[in-house]
Design a protein around this ligand. Structure first.
Ligand SMILES: Nc1nc2c(ncn2[C@@H]2O[C@H](COP(=O)(O)OP(=O)(O)OP(=O)(O)O)[C@@H](O)[C@H]2O)c(=O)[nH]1
Ligand SMILES: [Mg+2]
Length: 391
């Protein structure tokens, strides 16, 4: 599957940069392409300069809102992020059109942090424009949810996230939710290492996108997972998971698969990777709420038995009994077995409901504060009414 990837704001731009790296890896290790273009859109010139892999010309690192923001961002005001994206949307659509292999792309992926200003406000606006213009290609959004400490210390965090989620859910074909806090939980040193978090967020997409683009016979699976499977799976609220098990690099020939003990170890490794993928989902949710699930097993060909594929299917069936399940196998190099899972068409996401409820309360609070301030201001003006004016 080939994507057009567009990162908006700092968070979106940096994760899009990871996709540019994934593509470079796919090209050099596997001789295939998984993106047709990667773009970063921002109101902040310094953020655009800080990117590493996205092409550095103005048509790939797109500065918007010049006059209104002076190249310094929108300071977390996502209404302003939405406004300047609307004004400069042509810059982005012109750049997309000029991408060389654009016609080969299967879908768009737009990425942003929900709690900021530029990305949070811009992603819904841009998604809507792209959907209107390219009616035959699905448009997916990946929204990064803030760290816990941001929710507690910055008032606008929850409000921005809620308004961003409401906008994207009404325009995007699917919204992939990624909770920053989940990645810190895995390894607390990550709080200070946002680059590592970004790499972890992008990693599950590597095999998912490569599997259907593979051309070498020995890497073609029994059940190929292609763009059609992914497009049929991605609908509405979505989370992703990824798990892997190391495998011994060297195996003695002839003795392996006949041995039932070894065979059960292989199944065990697969289940272990699936367990990890499901317990480390990009956001906590109830898998039973999923209407569609997809999983991809990637491992050396001789490690992938039908038993294993069937066992993994049973795991999914147990936790998501209502879901339509799609799957694929992708024969890969020695040394590692991994599982990528997509849970989509979620009928409920507690965290999203929480953002909506809390920001409704926040809006009431702000209105009350404003009314109070206006009353006080009227008092001071009243006291000044008998004082002569110098103007
Ligand atoms: N995973 C991840 N999260 C990030 C990154 N950068 C920022 N965030 C998160 O994104 C939110 C802030 O959004 P930003 O992308 O910095 O904001 P912006 O879109 O650039 O908007 P302004 O700076 O207000 O113009 C916060 O919740 C951050 O924790 C990143 O590189 N990776
Ligand atoms: Mg910024």
């Amino acid at each position: 599957m080939k994507l057009v990837v567009i990162g908006i704001g700092q968070c979106g731009g940096r994760i899009a940069d990871e996709f540019a790296r994934l593509n470079r890896r796919a090209r050099s290790h596997r001789g295939i392409e998984i993106v047709t273009g990667v773009f970063a859109v921002n109101t902040d010139a310094a953020d655009l300069s800080g990117l590493q892999t996205i092409k550095s010309d103005y048509q790939h690192r797109i500065l918007i809102g010049g006059r209104k923001t002076g190249g310094h961002g929108v300071g977390k005001i996502n209404e302003l992020g939405a406004e300047v994206t609307k004004e400069d949307v042509d810059k982005v659509t012109d750049a997309i059109r000029s991408a060389h292999h654009f016609y080969e792309s299967d879908a768009f992926l737009l990425i942003a942090g929900g709690a900021g200003g530029t990305g949070s406000g811009g992603i819904g606006v841009l998604t809507q424009y792209i959907k209107d213009r390219y009616v035959d290609k699905p448009v997916y959004n990946l929204v990064v949810l803030p760290f816990e400490h941001e929710e507690m210390t910055e008032e606008r965090t929850v409000y921005n996230t809620a308004t961003c989620l409401k906008a994207v859910s009404s325009v995007a074909d699917a919204v992939i939710l990624v909770d920053n806090q989940r990645y810190v939980r895995k390894d607390s040193s990550l709080k200070s290492n946002i680059a590592k978090i970004n790499a972890l967020i992008a990693e599950p997409f590597y095999n998912l996108l490569c599997a259907g683009e593979e051309k070498k016979g020995k890497y073609i699976g029994a059940r190929i997972l292609d763009a059609g499977d992914i497009i049929q799976t991605l609908v509405g609220w979505t989370v992703i998971g990824y798990g892997k098990s190391p495998l011994p690099l060297i195996r003695l020939p002839f003795v392996q698969t006949r041995n039932f003990r070894k065979k059960s170890t292989e199944t065990h490794k697969g289940i272990q990777a699936m367990d990890e993928a499901l317990s480390e989902l990009s956001l906590v949710c109830n898998p039973a709420d999923a209407g569609r699930v997809l999983y991809l097993l990637s491992a050396p060909a001789r490690e992938m038995s039908m038993d294993l594929v069937k066992e993994l299917g049973n795991c999914i069936r147990d936790i998501a009994p209502e879901a339509v399940i799609r799957n694929g196998d992708y024969p890969r190099e020695r040394g590692v077995l991994d599982v990528a899972v997509i849970l989509s068409e979620l009928s409920d996401v507690e965290r999203v409901r929480k953002y909506y409820n809390e920001s409704a309360a926040f809006i009431r609070e702000v209105a009350k504060k404003q009314e109070h301030a206006e009353t006080k201001l009227r008092g001071i003006e009243e006291a000044a009414k008998d004082i002569p004016s110098l103007l």
